[in-house]
Design a protein around this ligand. Structure first.
Ligand SMILES: Nc1ncnc2c1ncn2[C@@H]1O[C@H](COP(=O)(O)OP(=O)(O)OP(=O)(O)O)[C@@H](O)[C@H]1O
Ligand SMILES: [Mg+2]
Length: 582
């Protein structure tokens, strides 16, 4: 992506902006020239009142045109700027949505947010603020120098003597100033991100009595910020006041030469006054040209950060001619599936199994063994590294992904609720869904009763990430969200781990009777959840080590028995000789 491709659709607006900048600069030259005519033609010599009126009328007309032009130029440039920003943000947002999930997890959400908001904004500020100012300044300086040369070439040369000063500021002062501002921004950024984190983790801070520690850290951070800001301000002020002093010296020098010329009759007093007016108009744009470099660097860095995200080419490779799924039957086959996250070692190693339509399969294994990874692969959140996954006999990579995901529902292990109402969370991304369906799904998920007890029932807001609900309540809303789509394949990754055993049992029964038969994957640590499954897949160190029914696995697999017995050790529950709870 290049800046040019963003700007291209708006070339007419940009042409108008450039034209109006040029015209506005030309018109600005009229005022000092008018002063010259008034001083020489009206004040010093004839006292010609008609000439005075004529000049004033022209100046008034120029003023009106300039004001109109400036209004139009500012309005058009801000609108073009906003449109380009919206376009760039849109591209970034769409790109991030298309990225492979493993990659997104590597970039933190706050980093992506910065790219989409403040980085895009710095690019806009530069292109439609400082860069336009720069173009304005180039026109202004060029035109004014020409006019100064026309009035008095010798004096103009004197003026040019101050230029080396700007070179010194440009190469000496500005880079140092930039470094100072950079340090200031860094320490400030570190402090804000820490504050952000602490506010988010307030419960943990309180629970560990970390308030005093955090306040101390904050104070230390503030001290760094003040120190860095102080350095930047000091250098900034020294640079500008120094520049002002030296340019004023230059102006004095020019006054000396100019007055001598007027006294010798080489120049009219009006021309001297006009020269000074033009000179006054020269330094501000010169300074603007000097500082452009630092703001360019800043915008360029922001643009590069944006481009870094846009250039990540790690998307799921979608099939060019995807297989359209009719009704999903729900047969799932894993064939020698292996997978690793980016550079890590393999998480899954040659996993193979087959699940028939309508079957309920449980996946069991120690923490970190790869169960959630398996779920992610089944949803095609990531692609397999080796092997393949077949859905109703089709390779998952050849299916129309949107259509497939609409027929598969999932309750993720760390599922996410949006800061919205209960009903909106259950009906997430489904437009035109009837309220009755939401309630029916909530009833199956054993959520209806507690939802009705909330202050606004289904219209209750759940807070950020659902913080206003208990963990088990959140899980049941996530369960309702999965069920409301009446999926042919349902994947439950620790979906009821925080729900009490009785409610969990009720959910299991209700899910079975709800809608048409479906294939169900259950990932769980709790054996009361697992034992109900038709078959159980046992995983150990990324491999599938056994598949079978609960009783048969208890007899056959020492590893499964170990997992099972560990859970009930010391629980006070009484086990029969075959390890079954009595
Ligand atoms: N996004 C990721 N990037 C890199 N590694 C990951 C990522 N997600 C998981 N892992 C690693 O993959 C392995 C398997 O993780 P996974 O979440 O599948 O385990 P799990 O069996 O679901 O565990 P649990 O029972 O605790 O939920 C772990 O070692 C984990 O560190
Ligand atoms: Mg997991």
């Amino acid at each position: 992506m290049s800046l040019l491709s963003l700007v291209k659709p708006h070339r007419r607006g940009i042409f108008f902006i450039l034209f109006s900048i040029f015209l506005s600069n030309v018109l600005a030259l009229f005022l000092p020239w008018g002063i010259k005519i008034i001083v020489d033609g009206v004040l010093v010599r004839s006292g010609d009142a008609l000439l005075l009126r004529k000049v004033l009328c022209v100046l008034l007309a120029v003023l009106v045109v300039r004001t109109l032009l400036s209004f139009l130029q500012k309005y058009i440039s801000s609108m073009v700027g906003e449109k380009i920003v919206a376009d760039l943000r849109g591209r970034l947002y769409a790109h991030v949505h298309g990225l492979a999930l493993v990659r997104i997890r590597q970039i933190s959400p706050s980093q992506i947010l910065t790219r989409i908001t403040s980085d895009v904004d710095s690019v806009r500020r530069f292109v439609f603020g400082d860069a336009l100012d720069f173009i304005y300044a180039v026109f202004a300086v060029g035109l004014i120098l020409v006019v100064l040369g026309c009035i008095n070439g010798r004096m103009m040369m004197w003026t040019l003597l101050t230029l080396p000063l700007f070179v010194v500021i440009y190469f000496g002062g500005i880079p140092r100033l930039k470094r100072c501002y950079g340090r200031w921004r860094d320490v400030h950024g570190r402090l804000t991100s820490r504050v952000n984190e602490v506010l988010g983790g307030m419960m943990t801070v309180r629970a560990f009595g970390g308030e005093v520690y955090e306040r101390k850290m904050f104070e230390a951070g503030q001290k760094d910020v003040v120190q860095a800001a102080g350095q930047a301000h000091a250098l900034n002020t020294a640079l500008w006041t120094g520049a002002e002093f030296f340019t004023s010296m230059g102006v004095l020098g020019v006054l000396w030469v100019g007055s001598a010329d007027v006294m010798a009759g080489r120049m009219t007093p009006g021309a001297l006054v006009a020269f000074y007016s033009y000179l006054g108009m020269l330094f501000a744009p010169l300074m603007r040209m000097v500082v452009i470099n630092s703001s360019y660097q800043e915008a360029n860095a922001a643009f590069e950060r944006i481009a870094d995200v846009l250039n990540i080419d790690d998307k799921l490779k979608l099939s060019a001619a995807p297989v359209a799924l009719g009704d999903l039957k729900g047969e799932v086959v894993f064939e020698d599936v292996s997978f690793r996250y980016l550079t890590q070692q393999r998480v899954l190693e040659k996993v193979s199994f087959k699940v028939m339509p309508g079957e309920t399969v449980a996946v069991v294994g120690p923490s970190g063994v790869g169960k959630s990874t398996l779920v992610g692969l089944l949803l095609r959140l990531f692609d397999v590294e080796e092997g393949r996954i077949l859905i109703d006999g089709h390779d998952l990579r050849e299916l129309d992904l949107d259509a497939y995901r609409r027929r598969v529902s999932v309750v993720l292990q760390d599922d996410f609720l949006f800061q919205d109402t209960v009903a909106a969370n259950i009906g997430y991304a489904l437009e035109g869904l009837s309220f009755d369906k939401i309630v029916a799904a909530a009833r199956v998920a054993q959520a209806h009763d507690f939802i009705m007890a909330l202050s606004d029932g289904y219209d209750t807001k759940v807070g950020e990430r659902g913080v206003l609900l208990s963990c088990g309540q959140r899980q049941r809303i996530a369960m309702a969200r999965a069920l409301v789509r009446d999926p042919r394949v349902l994947v439950l990754d620790e979906a009821t781990s925080a729900v009490d055993a009785m409610t969990e049992n009720a959910i299991q029964k209700a899910v079975k009777d709800f809608g048409a038969p479906r294939t169900v994957f259950v990932v769980a640590h709790r054996f009361s959840t697992i034992m109900e499954a038709d078959r159980i897949i046992v995983m150990q160190e990324g491999r599938l080590v056994d598949v079978g029914g609960h009783t048969e696995l208890l007899e056959r697999s020492p590893f499964y028995r170990e997992l099972y017995l560990e859970q009930f050790k010391g629980s006070g529950e009484c086990m029969g000789s075959e390890g079954v709870i009595l």
